[in-house]
Design a protein around this ligand. Structure first.
Ligand SMILES: Cc1cc2nc3c(=O)[nH]c(=O)nc-3n(C[C@H](O)[C@H](O)[C@H](O)COP(=O)(O)O)c2cc1C
Length: 134
């Protein structure tokens, strides 16, 4: 796992929704928008699974996940990659339900998708395009 630097966390915090990419075991890609995503700590991101279908199926057979975020004013963009687990009990799940239902009590809050950050790449165009940061 890697620790997200401040500027990466700030870029994530400032963008909603965020498109998250998963893939099936046989390599079929899928992308879905999420609004309910928050940083738990420097290495961990929580995503509320309310309505995932292909995303959930993909995670169950292939835990790899990636998303991209962009801040036009700060001229920053990052690809964040990692592994995700679906958590349906315990304190992380209970906290997720409380957080989601504080927004909207009608949301299903099926599972906490807990992403462990493994790699971060620069996603801005230019001389450092695509370079691995961590
Ligand atoms: C702006 C926006 C924000 C969304 N946020 C979430 C979210 O936080 N959690 C979730 O489960 N679905 C969210 N959705 C719904 C999913 O993106 C949608 O159900 C999508 O079909 C899931 O993709 P999948 O069926 O390929 O898994 C959001 C949709 C939009 C348009």
């Amino acid at each position: 796992m890697v620790k997200m630097p401040h500027e990466v966390k700030e870029t994530i915090d400032n963008q909603r929704p965020i498109p998250i990419a998963t893939a099936s075991n046989d390599g079929v890609p899928n992308v879905a928008l999420v609004g309910l995503l928050k940083i738990l700590d420097d290495e961990t991101i929580l995503i509320a699974n309310n309505y995932f279908k292909k995303t959930e199926a993909n995670i169950k057979e292939n835990p790899k996940i990636s998303f991209v975020v962009h801040d036009g004013k700060a001229k920053r963009a990052y690809q964040v990659k990692g592994s995700v687990e679906l958590v349906t009990s315990g304190s992380i799940y209970d906290d997720m339900v409380e957080w989601v239902h504080a927004r909207n009590v009608n949301l299903p809050a099926k599972a906490a998708a807990v992403m462990h950050v493994e790699e971060i790449f620069n996603s801005m165009s230019g001389e450092h395009a695509g370079e691995k940061i961590l």
